[in-house]
Each structure stands twice: as structure tokens, then as C-alpha cells.
Design a protein around this ligand. Structure first.
Ligand SMILES: CSCCC(=O)C(=O)COP(=O)(O)O
Ligand SMILES: [Mg+2]
Length: 232
């Protein structure tokens, strides 16, 4: 029985939804969110982490500007991702948007779950953001399909040690885990840790198909329908 570990952006869901809907929402809402909630310990902790990184004690306004710059640069910084998740909670709560999921991904996830495969998520988005994402998807509440959730608090997605830690937490042999991602460097790190890998190369996100050397030797599919769990 395979254990499936999946990335989100560019894999189950479109890059455009994250870049064109979630990021602008967070960018706009951040100043008001920080003004209203900066004293809450879980918010303060991450604001302070950003302040430390940019040189120590500074006004929250500067921290907000820094975070907005990181959004524009698509930095996968743990503090930014944690704060984004808190901001998006309001958006999902008010039904301002629902998370995009490719129909083939939603169908396959439901099918694999019904067949008894264990499924987990590893994304740069914070664990609370991941749960909100799948709990409020355009295909309905998919959160119950997943058993474990991992973000960059376990380590960077391009580092083999992160996958070793995930495999230890999953409690199965590395070779029984299949990692799905749109990023070859992430798949390289997972393969180094002994996981099986599939490059999800979606035409909508990557108009130029990645073929030959560009696949890094990973199995390549364009949709989840083409993923053969029996292939090893
Ligand atoms: C699930 S939160 C929204 C996605 C996000 O912020 C992100 O950075 C996704 O990166 P991924 O590792 O899923 O490619
Ligand atoms: Mg991705």
C-alpha cells in the first residue's frame, strides 16, 4: 500500500490561484491584520522573527512592508507563511474565495483514500493554511482525506533531511512513500532520502512541457489520472 505525500501549489492546485488570489489578498489585508492582532502571542512571535531577520527591533510598519516585499518575491519564509495562513482564515471564513483544486487531483485523492492509501501534505504553506485550503476547496471539504501535514518547520523542501524527518513521522519505509511535486529540486531531495517521486507537469502552470533532462529523471505526468501507484 502506497503512502502519498503531495505538494499543493502547481501540483494539486494552480499556481495562478495562489499568485493571483491568495497572495494579493494577504498583501492587502496584512496592514489591518497586524494593526488589529499584533499583540496576540502567536502573531507577535512571527512578527518578531521577521524583525530579527531584518536587523532587530523595528516598527511593525517596517515588518509589514518587509512581508509585502516577500510576498512580491514569492519567498517561502516560515514566518510569512504562518502569518499568511492567519490572514487567509478570514477570507475563507467570509467565503471571499474557495481554494482551487484540479478536478483530476480531487478525484484521484478521493479514489486513493477510498482504496486505503494513507495521504499527507508537504507544502511551503503553513499547516493551518494547508488545512484551510483543503477544507475550503472548490471540490468540497477534502481535509479528512489527509492524515498528516508538514510545512517548512520540518525543514526546507529542497533538503533531503526534511523528507527523512517526514518519513520518520509517517512511520513507514521511505520506499513506500510517493512524493508528488511540480518542482524538480524538491523531487531530487525526496529521491535522495529514498522516496519514490512523480513530477506533476501541468500545462496550465508550465506551458512548456519539461521533457528529457528537464524532468531530472523523475516519472512525469500531466494529471493525477496518469499516476500509477503500482509503478513503485
Ligand atoms: C496552502 S497555502 C498556499 C500556498 C502557498 O502559500 C505556498 O507557498 C505553496 O507552496 P507549495 O510548497 O505548495 O508549492
Ligand atoms: Mg509546488
Amino acid at each position: 500500500m502506497k503512502t502519498i505525500l503531495t505538494d499543493i501549489e502547481g501540483t494539486t492546485s494552480s499556481i495562478s490561484f495562489v499568485k493571483d488570489v491568495l497572495f494579493p489578498y494577504a498583501r492587502k489585508a496584512l496592514p489591518g491584520f497586524v494593526a488589529a492582532r499584533a499583540r496576540e502571542p502567536e502573531v507577535r512571535r512571527w512578527l518578531d522573527a521577521v524583525a530579527t531577520e531584518i536587523g532587530g527591533a523595528c516598527q511593525d510598519d517596517l515588518v509589514v512592508e518587509t512581508l509585502q516585499g516577500w510576498i512580491d518575491a514569492d519567498r517561502k519564509h516560515t514566518a510569512l507563511k504562518a502569518l499568511q495562513g492567519m490572514v487567509w482564515k478570514d477570507g475563507y471564513g467570509r467565503a471571499d474565495f474557495r481554494a482551487h483544486i484540479y478536478p483530476d487531483a480531487a478525484d484521484a485523492l478521493r479514489r486513493w483514500h477510498a482504496a486505503g492509501h494513507s495521504m499527507s501534505v508537504y507544502s511551503s504553506g503553513s499547516v493551518p493554511a494547508q488545512k484551510l485550503f483543503f477544507g475550503n476547496s472548490a471540490a468540497g471539504d477534502l481535509q479528512p482525506l489527509f492524515s498528516q501535514w508538514f510545512d517548512t518547520e520540518v525543514g526546507g523542501k529542497r533538503e533531503a533531511d526534511s523528507y527523512r524527518r517526514i518519513v520518520a513521522a509517517l512511520g513507514v519505509p521511505a520506499g513506500d512513500v510517493l512524493f508528488l511535486s511540480d518542482v524538480v529540486e524538491e523531487l531530487d531531495a525526496a529521491r535522495e532520502a529514498g522516496l519514490g517521486t512523480v513530477l506533476v507537469d501541468r500545462r496550465e502552470d508550465y506551458p512548456q512541457p519539461r521533457l528529457g533532462a528537464d524532468t531530472g529523471g523523475h516519472r512525469r505526468v500531466e494529471t493525477f489520472d496518469a499516476i500509477d501507484l503500482a509503478a513503485g
